[in-house]
Design a protein around this ligand. Structure first.
Ligand code: SDX
Length: 427
């Protein structure tokens, strides 16, 4: 006997099935609601509404739990690699040695972009935001790689390899374009993070010494950003993909959604906020007061989360990584990190934040590490996109495998009722 919910409308009672997930989450299945009752539901921002069932990522916001395919994020961050985690998210299981080697090989051998794609970079203004370039260039992949844009499994595997392999190249090229330096081609003997750092910072005038420890930090950060169930950008990828638009088009839309300062763009906004606090003599109390002021639109960037009502487990790991990177660079600390730690202390002691369960999220500390690694602020969200890519791909693939119907939400119309046209001479 499955559990059910009873809905009383007028003198009628309706019964709706309750679905129970493998972690005992329960949801009222309203699939038949309109047919049964003639009514729809209304839930702006989908605060209470599930769009799908999914076997990819589990989050428990109250307990601060995050697992990819059942594996705790803490274990994956410590023991795995981004390439291995990407395979896990996309194909559902940790790869055996042969599968891992083959996956690594396929990605390594597709890191170059078509030479003609380089002309696009000449067309962008020098100060173009790299997220705009990335979104445009990923959509353009569907013009250069037309042989793999269908949605059958074979094409999907090919376009998965292509976008996984080429995103770091496109990202690094957009950075080199913005600083007027020559593009640096990928080098096949480096790992994902190392290749990206080399394409970002190598110059033809002298040999590039890769700091493997810093490359490993990038790899861990990419793991921490790899998926997060039905967040804004993943839901965008699913919705675009539900029309059977190709993977490149869906990922391009996910990049655009991630760019917003309330989502992935928050990591750039956090650094800008910390910079303003530093310019204001480091007065964190003034900014906390502003964030609490109902008449001010200012929010503490990097704080709060739709799902986590406890510490974001990723923020805890990133905070530890921060200290490691700064001590490795023989820096007692970074003024931004000092301000961030003070800001966190003040906010977490303030009833406004405590009552609303507002804690630091993944974006609060990540920007400080990126800055310490020499990544420019406007590239922070690009790194978030690189990390989130396997998550977007896995969500798109699961949507196709579930043969999902096209996403088409309903609405409640609150506009004018029927009225007749009035010729302009009579208005
Ligand atoms: C990411 O969904 C995901 O999983 C996202 C992500 C992922 O991995 O994909 O985790 C990545 O996007 C993290 C979030 C990054 N964004 C920020 O750091 C921007 C600052 N945070 C907020 O804008 C906000 O907290 C959101 C957008 C993250 C969540 O917004 P919600 O769930 O819609 O919450 P809300 O706006 O309804 O806020 C509830 C209350 C409000 O106050 P009251 O109306 O109750 O008086 O909390 C307040 C808000 O004003 N509030 C904040 C705040 N966040 C919420 N007040 C001050 N500062 C903040 N940061």
């Amino acid at each position: 006997m499955t559990d059910s919910a009873k809905l009383q409308i007028g003198d009628k009672t309706y019964e709706l099935p309750i679905m129970v997930g493998t972690e005992n989450e329960r949801a009222i299945d309203i699939g038949a609601l309109r047919k049964l009752t003639g009514l729809t539901t209304l839930d702006p921002g989908f605060v209470n509404t599930g769009s799908c069932s999914s076997a990819i990522t589990y989050i428990n916001g109250e307990k601060g739990i995050l697992r990819y395919r059942g594996y705790p994020i803490e274990q994956l961050a410590e023991k795995s690699s981004f390439i291995e985690v990407s395979y896990l998210l996309i194909y559902g299981e940790l790869p055996n040695p042969e599968q891992l080697a083959s996956w690594q090989d396929k990605i390594t051998n597709h890191t170059l972009i078509h030479e003609d794609m380089k002309h696009f970079f000449q067309g962008f203004p020098r100060d173009a935001h790299p997220m705009a370039i990335l979104s445009a260039m990923v959509a353009a992949l569907s013009t250069f790689y037309q042989d793999s844009i269908d949605t059958d499994p074979e094409c999907l595997d090919m376009s998965t390899i292509r976008v996984m392999a080429k995103l770091p190249t496109l990202a690094a090229f957009s950075y080199k374009k913005s600083i007027g330096q020559p593009l640096v081609y990928p080098s096949n003997e480096l790992n994902y993070g190392g290749n990206f750092l080399r394409m970002m910072f190598a110059v033809p005038t002298f040999p590039f010494a890769l700091d493997q420890e810093l490359a490993d930090v990038i790899d861990t950060l990419l793991i921490l950003h790899a998926d997060h169930e039905q967040n804004c950008s993943a839901s965008t990828v699913r919705l675009v993909g539900s029309s059977r638009a190709n993977l490149f088009a869906a990922i391009s839309s996910g990049i655009s959604a991630l760019w917003g300062p309330l989502h992935g763009g928050a990591n750039q906004a956090v650094l800008e906020m910390l910079g303003s606090i530093a310019k204001n003599g480091g007065d964190v109390n003034k900014f906390v007061a502003l964030a609490k002021d109902p008449d001010s639109s200012f929010r503490l960037m990097g704080f709060g989360h739709r799902v986590y009502k406890n510490f974001d487990p990723r923020a805890k790991i990133i905070k530890r990584l921060c200290d490691n990177v700064l001590s490795k660079q023989k820096r007692v600390s970074d003024p931004m990190l000092e301000i961030a730690k003070r800001l966190e202390e003040v906010a977490l002691a303030d009833p406004y934040f405590v009552d609303r369960s507002l804690y630091p999220n993944v974006d609060f500390y990540s920007g400080i590490i990126y800055k310490a690694l020499g990544i420019p602020t406007n590239m922070f969200t690009v790194l978030f996109a690189m990390g989130r890519l396997p998550g977007w791909i896995s969500q798109y693939k699961e949507m196709l495998e579930d043969n999902s119907r096209i996403g088409r939400p309903r609405q409640v119309y609150t506009g004018k009722t029927a009225r007749d046209y009035v010729p302009v001479s009579e208005r």
